[in-house]
Ligand binder design. Structure first.
Ligand code: FAD
Length: 287
């Protein structure tokens, strides 16, 4: 089975970043993603950049764009105003998250007039009737969860509050996702859980990122990348491992994959091609 894909980008911070994002979108758009999403910096730090990137991609490409939105450091009014601006611009998909505080500022503290948590945010967005909502899920368990079951109960609360699907944090082994999917099913979750896939551009960066967000890092992977690094073959290893991870998921019935592209097209494109997700030929190009 050929999977459906979606793609995640982050908003560019400068002109060079803008060109890189644009090139990435052009390289990957022919793979016909279900939607592309644009992240919202930790602590709401890219509020304007995210909004500009979402609106530009929405206006300039035929792609369906989902805007990430968090409730960190903003009143309810401010958060809903951003959402309403999206709706007015024709953007009707939101990835609704509690969000992380800015680097170094410790735990999440709700704004005194803000949403206390992600469920409140999802309820408010859902009540507008304007959006398709997606939420985050954590196969390796969120670092702030009281336990695996509490984490799943909370995911269920987020979906019951009005979200249509969940997208997971990245993980390195198919088993991690499959066990999580089983636990979700056991808890009565029947909405789609889409695995988040990180093609590993840079192993040290991916490993640090994994430690920060609580994703477990298998020792064999560290070993494999240090050997590949010695031989200058990291790209080959990254493509092979990511393709194998996706194939294993597809074999287990997964039909949609969400790629964390990090605004680089090559690995995502190569993995997608290996999975049979190939460019959709435009009629005008063959006529
Ligand atoms: P929640 O699921 O609300 O909370 C995280 C965990 O804490 C829960 O799983 C639960 O175990 C526990 N918890 C929280 N509140 C309660 C409660 N009241 N009762 C019981 N348990 C509770 N961050 C950004 O800043 N910008 C982004 O664009 C962004 N995009 C992301 C996209 C995806 C697909 C994912 C998976 C994560 C993304 N993140 C982003 C990271 C995310 O903001 C952090 O992981 C954050 O710490 C949790 O956000 P959440 O909405 O998933 O939180």
């Amino acid at each position: 089975m050929t999977p459906k894909i979606s793609l995640e980008f982050f908003p560019p911070q400068n002109l060079e970043g803008s060109f890189r994002l644009w090139d990435t979108i052009h390289a990957l758009a022919p793979l016909d993603p279900r939607f592309v999403s644009v992240t919202y910096g930790a602590g709401g730090t890219t509020r304007d950049l995210t909004r500009d990137a979402v609106r530009t991609i929405n206006k300039a490409t035929g792609l369906t764009v989902a805007a990430h939105l968090t409730c960190v450091d903003a009143t309810r009014e401010e958060t809903l105003e951003i959402a309403n601006e999206y709706a007015a611009a024709g953007v009707t998909e939101i990835v609704a998250l509690r969000g992380d505080p800015p680097k170094g500022s410790g735990r999440f503290e709700p704004h005194p007039q803000g949403f206390a948590n992600s469920v409140e945010l999802i309820e408010a967005l859902s009540a507008t009737g304007k959006f398709t909502l997606r939420v985050g899920a954590y196969p390796d368990i969120h670092p702030e969860a009281r336990g695996a079951q509490a984490d799943i109960d909370w995911l269920k609360a987020k979906l019951d509050a009005g979200a249509a699907e969940a997208i997971t944090q990245f993980f390195f082994e198919a088993e991690t996702f499959l066990r999580f999917r089983d636990r979700c099913a056991k808890a009565g979750i029947d909405k789609p859980i889409i695995p988040g896939i990180l093609p590993i551009e840079n192993w040290k960066g991916a490993r640090n990122f994994a430690f920060r967000c609580g994703a477990s890092v298998p020792a064999w992977l560290d070993d494999a990348f240090s050997k590949a690094e010695r031989d200058g073959r990291e790209d080959l290893l990254a493509t092979a491992l990511c393709t194998e991870l996706c194939s294993d998921l597809i074999d287990e019935g997964v039909d949609s994959l969400h790629f964390y592209t990090l605004n680089r097209p090559e690995l995502t494109r190569d993995v997608c091609h290996a999975l049979g997700v190939t460019p959709r030929v435009q009629l005008e190009n063959v006529a």
